[in-house]
Design a protein around this ligand. Structure first.
Ligand SMILES: [Fe+2]
Length: 266
């Protein structure tokens, strides 16, 4: 059992008016828990996105596999893992192309994904490009509605799909921006704990039972409407249920590559 009396003074959340390259570097290096930009999207942009939800096709998760219903638009690579652990390429690319077409048809203006990528490119000082597989751009920019919470888990593309992308990734960040938040609940919690083989004793569906993070230092944030959040998803994280109201975020990952580029995927 880890001790909680000696705390890492760097494992804290920071609020900022604008993301910078330093924020990205600190999150990559593990010297910051999270960086939040309140009101990253203004309220007209959030309202435009919410008004467009009905124009986007949405698919429910397979509830026999996932105990918490999460509605989302756009394919995430993790949902296309075949029995052999490899990407189930045919359905993935089919759904990626369909989502791209549906996104353009919906014509959301301002485009919250484009706004977010432009901001991050400005912070990094270089364009943010999609990750590619065999030269083909993967989908980035899912829309997730998480009202029932999400289990404790971590995300690490290098463990999930080793060598999948044409690019080599040395650090992965998670980006979320909320266009609707509930009046109460829905906090995101990050623990100062990264995957250890012993955690496999606590596996539960797509995540882990709470014991896997018991006693570890943690940071909790409750997003406001329009807020954006960056964190390192190698740290275990979870979402608290919100029984009343809709918690809806656009989400993608950022990868810092061996050549210093930022690439994106979902
Ligand atoms: Fe995650």
């Amino acid at each position: 059992m880890p001790h909680t009396t000696a705390l890492d003074p760097l494992f804290t959340a920071l609020d900022t008016a604008a993301f910078t390259d330093r924020h990205l570097a600190n999150l990559a290096a593990g010297t910051r828990a999270a960086v939040r930009a309140p009101d990253f999207l203004d309220q007209p942009t959030c309202r435009a996105a919410m008004a467009a939800l009905d124009r986007l096709p949405r698919a429910d998760y397979d509830l026999s596999r996932v105990p918490t219903p999460i509605i989302r638009f756009g394919p995430a690579l993790n949902d296309y893992r075949g029995q052999d652990g490899q990407l189930d390429a045919e359905p993935y690319w089919h759904d990626a192309e369909a989502a791209r077409a549906a996104w353009h048809r919906a014509g959301i203006r301002p485009d919250p994904i484009a706004v977010s990528l432009a901001h991050l490119a400005g912070a990094w000082g270089a364009a943010v490009a999609p990750a590619t597989i065999g030269g083909r751009a993967v989908f980035g920019g899912t829309l997730r509605e998480i009202n029932a919470g999400a289990l404790v888990h971590y995300d690490d593309i290098n463990r999930e799909f080793p060598g999948l992308f044409d690019q080599e990734i040395v650090a992965q960040l998670a980006f979320n921006v909320w266009v609707s938040v509930p009046a109460a609940g829905g906090a995101t919690t990050l623990w100062r704990h990264r995957w250890d083989p012993a955690d496999e004793l606590h596996r539960q569906a797509y995540g882990y039972r709470p014991q896997t993070v018991t006693g570890h230092q943690q940071v909790s944030l409750t997003p406001g409407p329009g807020d954006a959040l960056l964190f390192n998803p190698a740290n275990f994280h979870a979402v608290e249920p919100c029984p009343h109201g809709r918690r809806i975020a656009f989400a993608f990952f950022l990868g810092l590559t061996t050549t210093g580029q930022l690439i994106t995927w979902s």
